[in-house]
Design a binder for this molecule. Structure first.
Ligand SMILES: Cc1cc2nc3c(=O)[nH]c(=O)nc-3n(C[C@H](O)[C@H](O)[C@H](O)COP(=O)(O)OP(=O)(O)OC[C@H]3O[C@@H](n4cnc5c(N)ncnc54)[C@H](O)[C@@H]3O)c2cc1C
Length: 440
């Protein structure tokens, strides 16, 4: 029987560029909404180069939109967070554990992104791997398609950009501005194979954060254990002081870090699997939509680098972009105003996203004016004072009181009330997790 379709071979409701975090989430949701979807990815296997985002925040995954992700390939459940301050005069270790449940889920991106893309395919999305988008097609000010490295053209009523920090789509569309050094973080990442038994013994279910002289620049190094491998990351904001004295590249920060006796011991006998560089953008983008186009995940600036978080932001914004595209198709309105309104409406309602944005804005402003030693002191306050969110609220509240500025106090109070549901979700998360794993 002949299938009757009103669309040509290379025409889709939605074309999505990038199968990292945001792309598969958008493709799966759009296909579930009954749309004809094409997902394009430049790698041979989704996630094969995405060694970056590795720990999924459970506080986000309990959102009904994201619970399905708990069924994915999880390498290790993280119950504890250790923060180690190595200052010349003293070394301090703090341990943070939640009252119950899991803080983070550690994943390998090569496994996780491939699994997620397969879910999108099962939902009905068409996936083309080893396909790099080189350009966009614009007609009368509206983005209507993309051109690939083989010269093929694919058209969509809505194009979703999920191509990450270096996205060519957002840049070609004029939405991603030229980036300034202080808005970029350059990370160096090391994967060390130790074997499951050794990782269990030396790291268990804990992640580690460090603050140590000459090991980072205005950010904080970390070690995230997977099943058999541990991932170590460090780097810094690309301002004029990233390289100074003996630091000639971010690899020097990494070398200093892994030379710390505490870390050296933990990595002893390990084999380096990979050592790579990654960029992260740290600034809000003014506009994430143009007629026919929505920017999601890291291409849209939905990432909080100082906290090392961007995967939930990418999943959420991918899903919201798909829902917005469906609304646009139903209303036959592809204007930037329509897309922006519906996309940001969902974003602004999300308590998790708002909490982290509040914290990110606060941190960004403060850390760029601080010395690395002052950042270390701030981190101690964060840990002692009950985490990033409490610290941001408390500091803004106190600043308002200090400067006699009641609007700052009021903002902090309003925000405190807004995030209450998010803070109460903790005890349920373990139950949801168990249920999802049982259904896997
Ligand atoms: C060092 C480091 C550590 C991090 N750790 C964490 C963490 O622990 N937890 C967390 O939540 N977040 C973490 N993040 C942030 C997180 O990795 C990102 O925010 C997240 O991956 C963004 O998802 P995305 O879908 O927007 O982009 P990506 O995950 O980068 O996916 C983009 C995809 O698009 C593809 N692509 C790019 N250009 C094209 C093109 N032209 N044509 C076709 N395909 C293309 C890429 O191959 C890739 O698959 C970390 C980031 C870094 C740098």
């Amino acid at each position: 029987m002949e299938v009757v379709t009103t669309m040509g071979k290379n025409e889709y409701d939605i074309v999505i560029v990038g199968a990292g975090c945001a792309g598969p989430a958008a493709a799966k949701k759009a296909a579930e909404l009954g749309l004809k979807v094409l997902l394009l990815e430049k790698s041979q296997k989704p996630g094969e180069k995405n060694v970056s985002g590795t720990c999924l925040n459970m506080a986000a995954l309990v959102d009904p939109d994201l619970q399905y992700l708990m069924k994915g390939p999880i390498e290790r459940e993280i119950y504890e967070m250790h923060s180690l301050m190595v200052a010349p005069e003293r070394t301090t270790m703090f341990r943070e554990t939640p009252s119950e449940g899991i803080i983070l889920l550690s994943v390998r991106r090569d496994e996780f992104d491939a699994w997620h893309t397969e879910l999108a395919k099962k939902a009905g999305a068409e996936v083309k791997l080893s396909t790099t988008v080189m350009d966009i097609i614009e007609e009368n000010g509206r983005v209507t398609g993309v051109v690939t490295d083989t010269g093929d053209k694919y058209f969509g009523k809505v194009i979703i950009d999920a191509a990450g920090v270096n996205s060519i789509v957002g840049r070609k569309a004029g939405l991603i501005p030229k980036r300034k050094g202080q808005n970029m973080i350059l990370y160096t990442i090391l994967n060390v194979w130790l074997g499951e038994e050794v990782v269990n013994e030396r790291f268990g279910n804990s992640i580690y954060y460090f603050l140590a002289p000459n090991c980072q620049h205005k950010t904080w190094p970390w070690i995230f254990p997977k099943k058999e491998v541990v991932t170590i990351g460090t780097g810094g904001y690309m301002d004029d002081n990233l390289f100074k004295g003996d630091i000639k590249s971010v690899n020097d920060y990494m070398q200093n870090l892994i030379d710390l006796p505490f870390i050296k011991e933990k990595l002893e006998g390990g084999k380096i699997e990979s050592w790579g560089l990654h960029l992260e953008y740290d600034e809000a983008i003014e506009k994430r939509t143009k007629a026919g186009l929505i920017l999601t995940g890291e291409s849209g600036g939905f990432v909080i680098p100082f906290l090392g978080e961007g995967m939930p932001e990418a999943f959420f914004t991918g899903i919201y972009a798909a829902e917005t595209a469906k609304k646009a198709i139903d209303a036959n309105d592809f204007s930037a105003e329509f897309l922006e309104e519906h996309f940001m409406e969902k974003f602004n309602e999300n308590v998790f996203l708002q909490s982290f944005r509040y914290v990110a804005e606060f941190n960004k402003k403060s850390i760029l004016t601080m010395l690395d030693e002052e950042i270390a002191a701030m981190m101690q306050n964060v840990i002692i004072g009950g985490g990033f969110i409490s610290n941001a609220i408390h500091s803004n509240w106190m600043k308002g009181a200090d400067e006699d500025d009641m609007s700052l106090v009021q903002d902090a109070k309003d925000f405190y009330e807004f995030i209450q549901p998010y803070r109460q979700v903790g005890p349920e998360s373990l139950e949801i997790y168990k249920k999802m794993r049982a259904e896997k």
